[in-house]
Design a protein. Structure first.
Length: 307
């Protein structure tokens, strides 16, 4: 493998944990560049143009936003088709959507408030906790996500546990006999819950055993990289060849556009529309520091507007 993948992340990020486990599972060597847990992110904002979520992956001058796309890149680099989310179907796909939709927020909503605050104070200190909460309240503004709270959050988690237990009755893994991206997508909200609650998962034995198997995959060969080296990789590389665009692009290729998530963290990235495929949007950004960068977004869950 000649391409080096850099993961911009922070250790407590559950979506990043999903990707770190992919590296461990596939023995893919990876470079880690730690980001702050809330913006501004000086190591990252100049590369993405302001995408405000974590994690982001970088291969040279190509920048990948959202784990749906990062997983595809890891699947490609490692030759592990089971890590490509577009390969998941049926009940495994349903469970994956459930886990990364309402259950992601319910995983936090079901932690007793005092416990949650204590976890944040331990991790960030008093001023950091204040900043973190303020940031996360603003994260939801303008988006479609409505996190469940109280009894509703508990119902969401119970329903996830029920569906997961059912899947694990039919096979060792969410998708059947083999581990796939579906396991990691269901795992990371539960990992978030466990990290915030600081107690073992209260779930059936089958779920607990599955949880331990996934947790024990580990992160593989991680090496830390400096911001300077990540920027150098962007500056000294050319973006890779663009895919052929599909005919149903909502905006003409070459137009000035803004791309933003629909659900939360609705901060637009501006650039020139370089390509649109069935599953991907690629925006070209020019800057004096890096030359041309291509920023990739999934098509599902993101909007493109002509500027
Ligand atoms: N759909 C996105 C969701 C990513 C996400 O929600 N990440 C969380 C951290 S795990 C986040 O960005 N929170 C706000 C922040 O870190 O600024 C993905 O799959 O990458």
């Amino acid at each position: 493998m000649t391409e080096t993948i850099i993961l911009h992340h922070y250790d407590k990020s559950p979506y990043a944990e999903k990707i770190r486990l992919m590296f461990g599972l596939t023995n893919t060597p990876w470079s880690s560049l730690l980001s702050p847990a809330w913006p501004p992110r000086p190591n990252l904002d100049p590369l993405t143009g302001g995408y405000r979520r974590i994690p982001v992956a970088q291969i040279g001058a190509d920048i990948f936003c959202d784990t749906a796309l990062i997983a595809q890149e890891v699947a490609r680099l490692s030759g592990s088709a089971a890590l490509d989310p577009t390969a998941v179907e049926g009940s495994a796909l349903e469970l994956m959507k459930q886990a990364e939709g309402q259950a992601f927020f319910a995983a936090i909503g079901t932690v007793p408030p005092v416990r949650l605050i204590t976890t944040m104070l331990q991790g960030f200190g008093p001023i950091g906790t204040y900043r973190f909460i303020k940031d996360r309240v603003s994260l939801l503004k303008g988006g479609t996500s409505r996190p469940p709270k109280g009894d509703k959050a508990k119902l969401v988690m119970d329903s996830l546990f029920y569906a997961l237990d059912t899947r694990l009755t039919e096979g060792a893994w969410v998708g059947g006999d083999n581990l796939s991206v579906a396991d990691l997508s269901v795992f990371h909200p539960l990992w978030l819950h466990v990290s915030c609650n600081r107690k073992p998962l209260a779930a059936s034995q089958k779920i607990q055993q599955w949880y331990s198997r996934v947790e024990n995959i580990g992160h593989g060969a991680r090496s830390e990289i400096s911001q300077e080296d990540a920027f150098k990789a962007a500056r000294e590389s050319q973006p890779r060849l663009l895919p052929v665009s599909s005919s149903d692009s909502p905006v003409a290729i070459g137009a000035a556009v803004q791309v933003a998530p629909l659900d939360y963290g609705v901060v637009p990235v501006a650039g020139t529309l370089a390509a649109v495929t069935e599953t991907r949007i690629i925006v070209a950004r020019e800057s004096a520091d890096f030359g041309t960068l291509h920023v990739h977004f999934p098509r599902a869950g993101y909007s493109i507007f002509a500027k």
